[in-house]
Design a protein around this ligand. Structure first.
Ligand SMILES: [Zn+2]
Length: 253
């Protein structure tokens, strides 16, 4: 392979390496943010669960108080009814009857209150159960994701090191001015920035390059840029022929 072809080949390799490095760096940056989002969701859910538990405790206290009140009043009613049998005075009898009536009314009110309280308790407990199972699922998801992300981080870091090595190898082959041009356009143009030209058309911008430039390109002596989009170009046939030769060699072997 000529030096020119080797340089182009390494430029194409450099581009692939840089693309992968870019992807890995994006992942390395986004991973901690994703973890943070999950942790804050978890915290929110924990707060919801704590709040529900407080509400339920309050309802239970109210219910217990009602139970005690109902029982106390029930005892009073019982006592009054016992006394009632021993009273002969009709005025006193009527007064006690009214009192018993009132006490019974109070307790009926409390029973009604208790029913709606128990309904509310059931609703809150249902919500709590749902939140708790969501919390458990989320905790499992987070610990799994943490493991996955840590594994990915490790392999990404290892891969980055390999790529830096490959990159250094590619950089050695490409002449410095070409390398600077590559870096300059890579930072400014959409990828890829090293593109082939087939039948006179640049794959980067899909526009024909001038015939004179195309002729020079086909000679394969110097690295050129597309006059229209500034991307580094090479003739597609140069590499198609290389592949053919490699294939025929392989066939002979
Ligand atoms: Zn172009």
């Amino acid at each position: 392979m000529s030096l020119y072809l080797k340089q182009v080949e390494q430029l194409v390799a450099l581009q692939m390496i840089d693309d992968e490095i870019m992807q890995l760096n994006t992942f390395l940056k986004s991973a901690p943010a994703e973890m943070e989002r999950m942790e804050s969701r978890l915290l929110e859910l924990k707060e919801t669960v704590a709040h529900l538990k407080e509400t339920i405790a309050m309802i239970v206290t109210q219910r217990d108080q009602l139970d005690r009140d109902i029982e106390d009043t029930g005892m009073k009613i019982k006592k009054s009814k016992n006394k009632l049998m021993m009273v002969n005075n009709s005025k006193e009898h009527q007064a006690m009857m009214r009192e018993i009536d009132n006490l019974e009314k109070t307790n009926r009110g409390r029973e009604e209150e208790k029913i709606s309280l128990l309904e509310e308790l059931a609703r809150q407990e249902e919500t709590l159960a749902a939140s708790q199972s969501e919390l458990t699922a989320l905790q499992q998801e987070i610990s799994q994701k943490k493991k996955q992300i840590n594994q990915k981080l490790q392999s990404a870091k290892a891969r980055l090191e390999t790529l830096q090595g490959l990159r250094a190898g590619a950089e050695e082959v490409v002449p410095k001015p070409i390398l600077s041009r590559y870096q300059f356009i890579r930072a400014r143009l959409s990828q890829p920035v090293v593109v082939s030209v087939g039948e006179g058309i640049c794959k980067g911008c899909n526009i024909s390059i001038p015939p004179q430039t195309y002729n020079v390109l086909q000679k394969g002596e110097q690295i050129l840029s597309c006059p229209n989009c500034q991307r580094i170009i090479y003739w597609s046939e140069h590499f198609a022929k290389e592949e053919e030769t490699e294939e025929s060699k392989a066939a002979v072997a």
